[in-house]
Design a protein around this ligand. Structure first.
Ligand SMILES: [Zn+2]
Length: 130
């Protein structure tokens, strides 16, 4: 869908932001809260250390906040203006959508966050042992 070498490729496929080959998340998609955001310590292909600095992924909460607002507004507009639900029903729909999409949101926030700091390097996987 997205070409390799773009940040969207890394984000959509959950790949290492540097080489776009190594897998970023330690587990496949799950609703288990202790496993959903678990990431590998290093990229298996280019050896990039994913935790760039201590507590690096605390910054992902800002991205998470943005995604949360976007989901909330989208669901509210659809349920209020599209489905003509009342205010309480729309609010409960937003809550339900946020709960259901929480694992997606958490994972997206982390991989978007690291992609803001690490760029694609097409030689990354070749220079692993140099
Ligand atoms: Zn890599």
């Amino acid at each position: 869908m997205f070409k390799k070498g773009t940040k969207l490729y890394s984000i959509a496929n959950g790949k290492c932001p540097k080489c776009h080959e190594g897998v970023f998340f330690a587990n496949s998609f799950t609703f288990n809260p202790s496993k959903v955001t678990k990431i590998h310590s290093h990229c298996s292909k280019c050896n990039l250390k994913y935790m760039l600095e201590p507590s690096f992924f605390y910054g992902a909460m800002y991205v998470n906040y943005g995604i949360t607002v976007a989901i909330s507004i989208t669901v509210f507009v659809i349920t209020k203006l599209g489905l003509h639900l009342n205010l309480l029903e729309s609010f409960l729909s937003v809550l339900a959508a946020l709960l259901i999409l929480a694992p997606v949101n958490l994972r997206l926030a982390r991989i978007i966050w690291i992609n803001m700091f690490v760029s694609f390097d097409k030689n990354a996987s070749l220079t692993k042992n140099v």
